[in-house]
Design a protein around this ligand. Sequence first.
Ligand code: GDP
Ligand code: MG
Length: 701
Amino acid sequence: MAKQINVALIGNPNTGKTSVFNQLTGLNQKVGNYPGITVEKKEGICKLPRGLRAHILDLPGTYSLNASSIDENVVIELLLNKNDKDYPDVAVVVSDVENLKRNLLLFTQIKDLGIPTILVINMADRMERKGISLDVELMEERLKTKIALVSARKNMGIEELKEMIINYRHIPVEPCVNASVIDPDYFGRLRKAFPNQSLYKLWLVITQDVNFGNINRSEITSNTDFHTKSISDLKRLQQKETILRYQFINGVLRETMTVDKDAATDLRSRLDRILTHKVWGYVIFFGILLLIFQAIYSWSSYPMDLIDAAFASLGEMARNSLPPGDFTSLIAEGIIPGLGGIVIFIPQIAFLFLFISILEESGYMSRVVFLMDRIMRRFGLSGKSVVPLVSGTACAIPAVMATRNIEHWKERLITILVVPFTTCSARLPVYLIIIALVIPDRSFLGFNLQGLTLMILYLLGFGMAIFSAWALDKIMKTRSKSYFVIEMPNYKVPMLKNVAINVVEKTKSFVFGAGKIILAISVILWVLASYGPGDDFNKADEIVTAKYENPSEMPEQDILEEEIASYKLKHSYIGHMGRFIEPAVEPLGYDWKIGIAIISSFAAREVFVGTLATIYSVGSDQEETIKNRMAAETNPVLGGPLFTFASGVSLLLFYAFAMQCMSTLAIVKRETNTWKWPLLQLITMSGFAYLVALAAFQLLK
Ligand code: GDP
Ligand code: MG
């Protein structure tokens, strides 16, 4: 195997780390988690000339090496632990040319750890407009490193960066700031006690709660020589260190950078004035949401119709071309409809993520966070809760992870508890099919009623999240103390590559994450529906035929077959299970088939549609799409169609509020380290959902 270089991309948030990462690795990347904790880990491979390969790690954004969140801790632990398999041979600090002063603080800290450190000055394409000019050579000399002037957007400077990575051994590792001058005496004693360790690493270990390599933190801090400093002494020294670093940075920038102030435009401040306006800000945000949901509806209907038709004919083809028997029936009635139930929602999910990533990329999402902080405060949440709540529209699992940025534990806990109310993409398939069935496809004041319903459901989920946060805040008597700091990045035209990679990756994880479960459950359901106990199931043919004593009363062949199939289904294993829970769901307007689908939804909500697809096509030989099949169902108690406005709304509300996701429960357990909170979510959310669905059906029927 060729030699592999470990590269870590480090930098403040929004400096373009991920963009540089995408340029270096393309689609050669994978996203996972750091072991034991739930911070997202992005890594990829970059092929370099001369057969070399670089393993690139896109680390979470961090402002300094003085950790204040779990995300930042990941960076520090990696840089302090030489034994970590990802320990970088070379660190690449990504900075934004417009915020060099702040960005360089982190650079100087990392440089002082003695790791070869390359400085990337990104967003070089904006220098001309902002009137910034740099003396890169002089800066390299003063910072004692190699500098790559890069524009990830224009794909400029990336080749030079690769060249620097290859030659990382030539980068000097001497520090650029001598931190020990803040307390020479103390650092002198440290030096003597641990002569073989990097002094700056020791200092970092002492000032924060991390271990490194084979030195244990307690080993240092319990050493009487170093016990002499109180926490507040250490904090004061840390501040001294920061001031020292800024003095150094200011000196460097004075010599090497000039900014022609007149060239700077005030477009940003004018945009900010409107987009974060007390009234217009919200109106615009609301308008954008409305537009997004309308677009999801109308644009994705074309590919969805195609997929629908394709899977219908695929099933037909399998039935016609394979020999009849259990195997064919498994393929045609279990696997193909199950797969179709996943694939059909790819267009909508892709569109949703397309819009979310455009909002993020453009810098607008940060304004939304800022705007929402005014409201969130009142409900015991922080402005930072908006990010989890908005990511909750994709999936509650990354959203629960995203709460790690909230420093205040109670605000964080409340956010975790309410996030599952936001409408995740797994609910989308359920909503879409029910809406298509029970909401007329008409316009109201120029808006499509179905799109409007979908938007109301999203707002309902969001509203419920906010309301329960408020209630929890009252119950827990939280007085929130955290301060709200948010970076306002410049407005930018979104980078196509970033958006595309994000959409592909999110859609992939939906398809493969959910797909496996959906397929497995489709097969289990097919088995449960294709076999049954006793004669009722096994002799269904004879029993149904026997009802017609007089051969002249015998109905036509295909009607008879349907009757047999439905009789069989009713007496299959799944039929028994469904009828067992039917009394509980009947007051909500559902029959036993929907009952089954609800139960299987606990594995993953989107299974609902696949389940119904399987249940219905098992009963039918006809080439019908799932939607038509559902429309033809009748209510066993009330007669008439099963999916009416009343039962449809009841079902929509049930899915809006119920806690039906095993994976979310598992992640909440992991984040809160107790079963107490996930169980609370399961019981209260599902109980509430049941009551609301019950009330809705009883009032509307
Ligand atoms: P990260 O938070 O450090 O991972 O930063 P991202 O890679 O997500 O980028 C933040 C924003 O900067 C996005 O809107 C990017 O489109 C934008 N961006 C990244 N690189 C460049 C660049 O070279 N030039 C310009 N003008 N914008 C860039
Ligand atoms: Mg990033």
